[in-house]
Write a protein that binds this ligand. Structure first.
Ligand code: HEM
Length: 130
């Protein structure tokens, strides 16, 4: 099989894993919460799988960039910005800090959800800007 296709499949599989963990971890903000803090069950596994999936997405994304000789469409830059928004929102939503209220974490989750939905819409629609 073509190596470009293999890397692309790994890239998209990691995106799917990241999306699954995004949804499952979001539940910890609604089910079994402890006062103003998220449900601590499975925290270590969520952190590990989230780190793994986002790392593989970035590494395979960079490999694909090299394979394409950085010849990208204009929407690719929007994709990177949305990805950075997604990452920074997730860092804030799940930061270990007793002073962050659940309502604030949930607001961050809304931002992250919009970024993730935007990312998926972008790669599906591949808008042409010229
Ligand atoms: C959650 C974030 C991301 C999602 C949902 C996503 C999704 C996808 C999908 C579905 C494809 C296949 C598109 C197609 O060929 O039709 C793809 C390809 C690609 N992605 Fe991502 N990606 C994400 C993050 C990244 C990041 C962070 C980078 C760069 C570091 C990146 C770089 C690339 C490149 C270079 C391709 C190759 C496109 C091609 O071969 O034509 N992606 N991505």
């Amino acid at each position: 099989m073509d190596i470009h296709l293999v890397v692309k499949i790994i890239h998209m599989t990691s995106v799917a894993l990241a999306l699954l963990i995004f949804v499952l971890r979001a539940l910890t903000l609604f089910v079994g919460t402890q006062g103003q803090q998220p449900n601590p069950n499975g925290r270590v596994a969520f952190v590990a799988l989230q780190h793994l999936s986002y790392t593989v997405v970035v590494v395979t994304g960079v490999v694909l960039l090299f394979m394409k000789h950085f010849d990208v469409e204009p929407w690719f830059y929007a994709k990177i910005i949305l990805f950075l928004v997604l990452l920074s929102s997730q860092i804030k939503v799940y930061k270990k800090d007793e002073n962050i209220l659940l309502a604030q974490r949930r607001a961050g989750l809304v931002v992250g959800s919009i970024a993730f939905i935007g990312l998926i819409a972008l790669v599906m629609i591949k808008p042409v800007f010229s």
